[in-house]
Design a binder for this molecule. Structure first.
Ligand SMILES: Nc1ncnc2c1ncn2[C@@H]1O[C@H](COP(=O)(O)OP(=O)(O)OP(=O)(O)O)[C@@H](O)[C@H]1O
Ligand SMILES: [Mg+2]
Length: 590
């Protein structure tokens, strides 16, 4: 974990070293003023001459030392803030890009709230570590060391008496360290739970309102909120318990100073001025001890967040990339040069399932499925809900990898493609249309950023978006909200369809694309699909028999298996699921 984080900080190592050097100098200055005060007492106040010139010089020295220290501190604080912001910017960038590489299987399980917490609050702990904890640790340990050395040079006996508290502090800190990290971990986890709850509630607010479950939701939130409070209180408890002990130990030092120091002065082993220096340095001695707890606390907090971030960073997609680059994929390709991939590779559109089986978390969904689709065919897929239709689409796009068997596109295993290139060739409109918070035009052009407005308009026309675009206040420039709130279900579906038409991939999968569209509009869209599917391999997944009118082949999926296969006419000619559905939808009977 540290190595990973270091890979970011390392980029700024010279700046960091410069900053740390400044903080070393500042640490050195901690002993300067107490030394000067001691000298003033001994050489001016307590000496018969009361040398006024010396006093002025020493005072000037004190003031300039203080000023100089302030300037240095300002400079390195600036450096560390700057570096830390850059470090987390890069980390955030990389983590975000990393999340984009993760596959459906990960997204199925990752609560958005947790990811949000990682990218904001956990990263902030890393920032704080770089911006503050690092130099504070160095500075405090140096101030501590310098003060011990200076004290020792003045009077080693008194110094040793001071050091007497050190073992107690060490034992305390050791105990504290063991308790605080799990406490921090718990706080972070609980915070993520809280975030997830809020995110889910906002996303699902319509359902909550519809079922009048507000108070239930509030109850659940209160529960999580209380869980967070408990974790935070427990965390604070650990910290607070530690402070009085340290305070007591440090509070003993002035007593030691007056008693033992006074005794040494009486014995003539120390001057009053040296006692004043000791008194002044007591701060330099106790401050790091006080800070020690806080720093350990911060370091543990950083460690907990760092671990969480690193865990995300380590997560590998279960869909193996196989080949990262086109060159790699081509180098191992067993097929001839004809199948060579390039950035603008266009497949023919031949799709073959060879004994494909697939299970989500060990639950079998697709069972030993085989079929072959020739380029340019339009294929319908019908089947009861949960039979595995969308899963077939997911497997083709390689959102998940098959458990057994193989899926071939143009005779080549989908696992031999670079996933990005594969997905550029297979377009899909998901069952639940998702729109970004963007304009209608932006949403349609999502898969083809270079499209001209005319092209967008043409796609919109095909998908019958044009019919309602006039009703929107600003036409194509209307911002459709998150998840397309403000549009009807059928309108969203049509925008999603236009998006696919515009991207115009060789293989198109329409997953229940017109389920929310009225029959009349659907008919028009079917016509568009027919035009658009010329020269494309098209899969139409639907629950409506009428959608399969223009299909060359229809697959009937039941329970993860193909139960019937044939053209519309063939399937109607024999009894079976297809015919049952046909009769029910057309004549309302089986
Ligand atoms: N991400 C997932 N994780 C686990 N199980 C899943 C996941 N997606 C789907 N399933 C399960 O796989 C089975 C097939 O789902 P699939 O979405 O392929 O059905 P479908 O035929 O498209 O249904 P519908 O007609 O309702 O869209 C279902 O039993 C479903 O519960
Ligand atoms: Mg489905």
């Amino acid at each position: 974990m540290l190595k990973w984080i270091w890979s970011y900080i390392g980029k700024y190592k010279f700046l960091m070293i410069f900053g740390l050097t400044l903080s070393v100098i500042v640490a050195g200055f901690a002993v300067v003023n107490p030394l000067i005060s001691g000298t003033i007492v001994d050489k001016v106040i307590n000496s018969p001459e009361h040398d006024f010139n010396l006093l002025v010089k020493l005072i000037l020295l004190m003031v300039s030392a203080t000023l100089f220290k302030a300037i240095l501190r300002y400079s390195y604080q600036l450096i560390f803030e700057h570096v830390s912001q850059n470090v987390i910017r890069r980390m955030r960038e990389d983590l975000y890009a990393h999340i984009q590489t993760l596959d459906f299987a990960w997204y199925d399980k990752a609560p958005a709230g947790n990811v949000l917490t990682l990218l904001t609050s956990d990263l902030d702990k890393v920032r704080h570590f770089v911006a503050w904890v690092l130099y504070q640790s160095l500075e405090n340990s140096l101030v501590y060391t310098f003060s011990i050395v200076t004290l020792g040079m003045i009077n080693w006996k008194l110094m040793l008496a001071f050091l007497g508290i050190a073992p107690f502090v060490l034992v305390l800190v050791q105990k504290f360290k063991g308790q605080i990290r799990p406490a921090h971990m718990k706080v972070r986890d609980q915070f993520a739970v809280l975030n997830t709850r809020v995110g889910e509630n906002i996303e699902g607010n319509r359902v909550v309102k519809a079922f009048v479950r507000e108070s239930y939701e509030i109850g659940k939130f209160d529960n999580d909120n209380d869980g967070y409070r408990k974790a935070a209180v427990n965390n604070a408890d650990v910290r607070v318990k530690y402070t009085p002990w340290i305070d007591t130990l440090c509070g003993l030092l002035p007593v030691v100073l007056i008693l033992f120091g006074g005794y040494l002065v009486i014995r003539g082993e120390m001057t009053i001025g040296e006692l004043v220096t000791f008194n002044g340095l007591m701060w330099a001695f106790t401050q790091p001890i006080n800070m020690f707890g806080m720093l350990v606390d911060n370091i543990q907090n950083f460690g907990a967040s760092g671990d969480r971030l690193y865990e995300l960073w380590k997560t590998k997609p279960s869909v193996k990339k196989g080949y990262e680059t086109i060159e790699e994929a081509n180098a191992v390709s067993s097929l001839g040069p004809a199948s060579k991939l390039s950035d603008d590779f266009k497949c023919q559109g031949r799709v073959e399932f060879k004994n494909v089986s697939f299970a989500y978390n060990q639950v079998p969904v697709i069972k030993n499925m085989s079929f072959t689709i020739e380029p340019g065919m339009t294929v319908g897929i019908l089947g009861p809900t949960g039979s595995g239709k969308s899963t077939i689409a997911n497997l083709m796009c390689r959102y998940y990898d098959v458990s057994d068997g193989a899926i071939l596109i143009d005779g080549k295993d989908v696992r031999d493609y670079v996933p990005e290139i594969l997905r550029k060739n297979i377009g899909i409109t998901m069952q639940e249309a998702f729109l970004f918070s963007d304009t209608v035009e932006g949403n349609i052009a999502f898969g083809n950023q270079d499209a001209t407005f005319e092209e967008v308009e043409h796609a919109a026309e095909l998908a019958r978006v044009k019919e309602f675009i006039g009703d929107l206040t600003e036409g194509y420039d209307t911002i459709v909200g998150e998840r397309g709130v403000g549009l009807s279900g059928g309108q969203k579906q049509r925008i999603a369809l236009a998006r696919l038409f515009l991207a115009n991939p060789k293989i198109m999968i329409l997953d229940d694309t017109t389920s929310a569209v009225d029959i009349e509009t659907e008919q028009k869209i079917r016509q568009s699909i027919k035009e658009q599917s010329q020269g494309h391999t098209t899969f139409i997944i639907s629950h409506r028999i009428s959608s399969f009118e223009n299909c060359d082949l229809v697959l009937v999926i039941q329970n993860g298996e193909i139960s019937e296969m044939g053209t519309n006419e063939e399937l109607l000619a024999k009894p079976g699921y297809y015919k049952d559905v046909y009769l029910e939808q057309n004549y309302g009977k089986k």
